[in-house]
Design a protein around this ligand. Sequence first.
Ligand code: NAP
Length: 266
Amino acid sequence: MQKFGIIGEHLSHTFSPLIYNELFKKHGVNATYKVLEIPRDAFDFIVKDITSDLAGYNVTIPYKSKIMGYLESVSQDAKEIGAVNVVNHLKKGFNTDWQGFRKSLENVKLKGKYALVLGAGGAARAICYALKKMDIDVYITNRTRERGEKLAAEFNLRYGVPSLSKVALLVNATPIGMYPNVEEMPSIDLSRLSKKCVVYDLVYNPRPTKLIQEAQNRGLRTIDGLEMLIQQAILNLRVWSLDELADDLERNKNWIYESLEKVRQS
Ligand code: NAP
């Protein structure tokens, strides 16, 4: 049996096993996808052992940068972003976060001048990389100003908050609003956004987040993190040479929304 998994610190919120295990079952692939939690202070001692027999795996908070020191090679885009979120059987690391984000915006027409990214962590780095590739003018803002300014300088972006009426795309790349803190939302005055602004929340648990709900109440177009997660899963399956499953997921996504709803209600 082939083994896949996700390594990270606190993984109770992840939907990844549900997606991959369901696809393995449907396609009769003899494989399993497991959650592999690694405490921060144990990472350096056990990461090699935990991943040694995996045919491929995902990496999430807080190890997306740290894992790079344990791989045989890293793709150029992942090097530029400074984060790996998927590893193949040859221990090569890739970043499908930025590609998944870009793909999720493929059919979205942005109207306005700027994108405003909230956060400066691993996800924000991938988002900024994608937005640069898409030729969009980006502002970023972050709780720890110094970290935000560093990212802005590195990617040649602007730090701060532009006039909100000129923002075409607002992206929450922080965990604000993520389960169990479901009543929280980023402190951005949504009433000052243009009616054409698209609000994108990378958080997908709960669904909808408070940010998405408030944006919808104001009639704004919204995209939630599940869309990026699915696009990224399609790309991850290709990294693992499971193209048939990737093609299937590309054609049929609705079952994921339904399965997740069932999990949430159970
Ligand atoms: P990370 O590297 O830990 O970075 C978190 C960022 O959020 C940092 O900039 C941090 O600011 C900021 N932040 C954290 N808590 C905050 C708070 N209470 N108030 C204000 N700012 C806060 O995490 P990440 O990997 O970038 O992930 C960020 C979020 O995106 C997570 O919720 C993750 O689940 C989600 N995500 C979703 C997808 C998807 O496919 N949908 C993919 C990747 C990530 P400081 O610099 O001040 O610490």
